[in-house]
Design a binder for this molecule. Structure first.
Ligand SMILES: Cc1cc2nc3c(=O)[nH]c(=O)nc-3n(C[C@H](O)[C@H](O)[C@H](O)COP(=O)(O)OP(=O)(O)OC[C@H]3O[C@@H](n4cnc5c(N)ncnc54)[C@H](O)[C@@H]3O)c2cc1C
Length: 381
């Protein structure tokens, strides 16, 4: 046993962790298989999570949130991801809440945040398009002013929460010739919205209970008052401002998965026997798991530094990129070791380690690829 404790945990957070852990065990674990089969988590679950105080935990209570900070978000994330529960798009829901908090008008905050905290409005972010992902400046979805509305045409791809979402932070081009001022974010309530269509839920390698979708906009009208912050051309800056938050979320997922996978694997190799003794007695097993533990612990200490800084609103972009890069890359190595220790069982979907292995691969891709993280860090040198 190592004695390391995350320095950001305190007595209140321990109480919150106990409640989160109980909620995850009783309200999520038993339903995960069904959610994976249907490829999404029911809206009713979101309402339940909201009612129990697990959504928008870092949004001030005056807007209906939990009045905590990023540490509360991290706790709820950890309790899910260490158990291999990867379907709840809590991350994007919270990112949208933070966009609203940091960039929305007072009216926009009051209108949407309380409903999001209750789980009555599930949020998604739509940036990526079939023709552009890493290079956001290539976004083609166009919003044109017409009276008091924007008329929007285009499509988005790979949108987390795409099927269940009811509030979309849609990144659009409002002025194609304006360089970094070309983009804006329009908040759209999707219920019964003419011109809005959700494509099928995409078949993914992992994260099977997460509804990742394609979305289509055909002469869709959204009131001009839904423009995030009320001024055009701010989209790129608004997205950039919250990147450390988003990238640290991936760090939290990654380290929680590593910790969960090691704990699962240590239990497995202690009871599985080969050549008349537990696998754990073999030096190769012990050394590979020791390596996995060391790499996870190093990632944990760095992540904890980042969690504290995000909670204080002080994490810079380059450090957040280092965190996302390091933790998501380590995750692949650690899960490979853990899966190998399970032998053929590790390749079977009913085994947690198999699902985690498949879930983990995208951590190097979404929220900015590993290559983009290297680019961000390189620019800071
Ligand atoms: C499961 C899942 C969920 C997602 N959820 C969302 C969501 O909720 N909202 C949303 O908007 N998007 C979402 N995405 C999209 C995701 O953010 C993009 O897939 C990602 O940003 C990469 O874009 P791309 O797929 O177009 O790849 P590309 O940009 O085409 O990149 C392809 C390859 O080229 C490399 N590359 C690109 N540019 C450079 C460069 N300058 N230097 C070096 N290498 C480079 C990349 O690193 C990558 O290896 C999701 C994706 C997945 C798979």
């Amino acid at each position: 046993m190592t004695t390391y404790q995350s320095p950001w945990m305190d007595e209140d957070l321990e109480i919150f962790r106990t409640a989160a852990s109980r909620f995850v065990e009783t309200e999520m674990v038993p339903y995960d298989e069904g959610w994976r089969e249907q490829k999404y988590i029911d809206r009713e679950f979101w309402r339940k999570a909201g009612k129990n105080g697990f959504l928008c935990t870092d949004i001030p209570d005056e807007y209906g949130g939990g009045g905590g900070d990023f540490r509360h978000e991290a706790v709820f994330f950890e309790e899910q991801w260490r158990r291999g529960l990867s379907g709840l798009g809590q991350g994007v829901h919270s990112i949208v809440a933070n966009y609203l908090l940091h960039h929305g008008t007072e009216e926009q905050k009051k209108r949407w945040l309380p409903e999001m905290a209750k789980g009555q409005l599930i949020a998604a972010i739509a940036m990526t398009e079939p023709g552009t992902g890493s290079d956001l400046k290539g976004i083609k979805t166009r919003a044109v002013r017409d009276g008091d509305d924007y008329v929007i045409n285009g499509s988005k791809l790979f949108i987390t929460n795409g099927y269940v979402s009811e509030l979309l932070a849609l990144v659009v081009c409002t002025d194609p010739g304006a360089g970094s001022k070309a983009l804006s974010i329009v908040m759209m309530e999707t219920r019964n919205l003419d011109g809005f269509k959700v494509g099928r839920i995409l078949n993914k390698m992992g994260q099977k209970s997460q509804d990742t979708c394609e979305l289509f906009f055909d002469d869709m009208r959204v009131p001009q008052e839904n423009l995030l912050g009320g001024a055009e051309g701010q989209g790129f800056a608004q997205l950039m401002a919250d990147l450390p938050y988003e990238r640290t979320q991936v760090g939290v997922q990654s380290v929680a998965m590593m910790e969960g996978a090691i704990s699962e694997t240590v239990d497995y190799v202690k009871q599985r026997e080969a050549f008349g003794a537990p696998l754990f007695n073999l030096q190769n097993t012990r050394f590979r798991l020791a390596e996995a533990k060391i790499n996870t612990q190093v990632a944990r200490v760095f992540l904890d530094h980042c969690i504290q800084n995000v909670a204080r609103g002080e994490l810079d972009n380059a450090t957040a990129a280092m965190c996302k890069y390091w933790t998501s890359e380590q995750l692949q190595q650690v899960l490979d070791i853990c899966l190998q220790m399970h032998g053929g069982y590790g390749y079977m979907e009913e085994y947690l380690i198999c699902r985690m292995y498949a879930d983990a691969r995208v951590a190097r891709i979404y929220a900015g690829t590993s290559e983009i993280m290297l680019e961000v860090v390189a620019r800071s040198l």
